[in-house]
Design a protein around this ligand. Sequence first.
Ligand code: ADP
Ligand code: ZN
Length: 530
Amino acid sequence: MASPTDLRTEGALPVLRRVFGYDAFRGFQQDVIDHVVDGGDALVLMPTGGGKSLCYQIPALVRDGVAVVVSPLIALMQDQVDALTAVGVRAGFLNSTQSLDARRRVEAAFVAGELDLLYLAPEALGVRSTLALLDRGRISLFAIDEAHCVSQWGHDFRPDYLALSMLHERWPQVPRIALTATATSATRTEIASRLKLDDARHFVASFDRPNIQYRIVPKREPRKQLLALLRDEHPGDAGIVYCLSRASVDKTAEFLVANGIAALPYHAGLDATTRAANQQRFLREDGLVMVATIAFGMGIDKPDVRFVAHLDLPKSVEGYYQETGRAGRDGLPSTAWLAYGLQDVVQQRKMIETSDGDLAHRRNLAAHLDAMLALCETVRCRRVQLLEYFGETSTPACGNCDTCLNPPESWDGTVAAQKLLSTVFRLDRERNQRFGAGHCIDILLGKHNDKISQHGHDSLTVFGIGSELSEAEWRGVVRQLLAEGLLAVEGDYGTLALTDTSADVLGRRRTVTMRREPERPTSSRSSKPR
Ligand code: ADP
Ligand code: ZN
């Protein structure tokens, strides 16, 4: 093992080879490293698994002093430090989980300059004693990991990150490198401005993950669909299943276990010990399926996650991309599978409508959801649409996603949309009533059930005018109208209501192109066999 002095006179490439055992840099790693070693600020956007860590770890070894790494992932600090120690790098961390003794040792090592990297939680930098400690040592650089946590619009917002702008004021001569796998240009601009990275060079990698196959399927019996995916395509593979609620995490994990799949739950409602134990098992054992809320996964470095399945709709494309990005970090073929249905749209629109925060905040949530819905409803290549969202245009169709492999048909849904919207209109204007999607569809299908007769809805002129479509197809119609904002959901019961643009469809000023539901259990129309 070379002494620290040797490392510092060595170039970046020999350090990569000798310390980390890799032959060559990937992508623009070397450019970032050279820039930071020379004292420049950098903002690095690279997809998960792209190799962001080396972008600050190597400068930490090459520059004089101790690199201070700010990371929100307290649970992973021990792992990160262990991994570095194993290759002879001198690393330590300070966080709320460690003993006073351990803390004192790390502090002493920092002041004596006997560390290459010091990991800190962002909240530590709000504590005066930590700042005083940092003043007593020599800092080579600041690395701000998961830098998108500073974005107030983002789904991982951490208030402590806002205070990190003071790093520049307090230590103006120390270079800073901010890193994230979240990629829209809006987020990038926000990170740069909130962290005062005015002169930082931006390094933006392609966000394509060619080994991930993207698939979005209609949700019918989600747990059974999931089980079929695991049995048919991923037997014995490690993977992550994301659910929206803790309750559905628990139920799904139980369901999988009952069906012979080695699954573990993970959500914020479990005690810390269970959570940590489940995470450790997932990382260390082969072929476990982690069923989790999105509380799980940030910073998880498990290369052989073969699939990421979503049983509920993510709230944004950024979230979807980050979560699916945990699949296939080893570059081998992996699946990103999402089951998506009408209820998801109703539920998420309702959540936005009833959420705290001002109008601007709700609009922002709605815009993020709309982009996610557009990805679900697209008839184009999923990858092309995903990359366009992140500002990468002119990517060719991938040939490997569900829409490339099985191009969805589109159909003129204008008349169907008019029928559905008139039903909502009539209930509202003639009866002053509002109902959910299920009841409106029952009216269109002409069903004679209790609720229909109780309200006398069999006497509506729209009763039974929709028998040309199946119930599943009608649900697809409602879903797509909701996705396009031609229909709205309101209140705690998710009742349907018209929007400003509904009138354009009712008044024949606008046509509606719809995506054909891939499976059509009952239908009289002839169509391409599947
Ligand atoms: P990120 O933080 O961007 O998600 P990591 O820094 O954890 O990614 O790197 C992902 C994986 O790729 C790690 O296992 C890492 O050791 C490996 N890696 C990074 N850079 C290189 C390289 N130049 N050559 C080979 N492997 C690399
Ligand atoms: Zn494609």
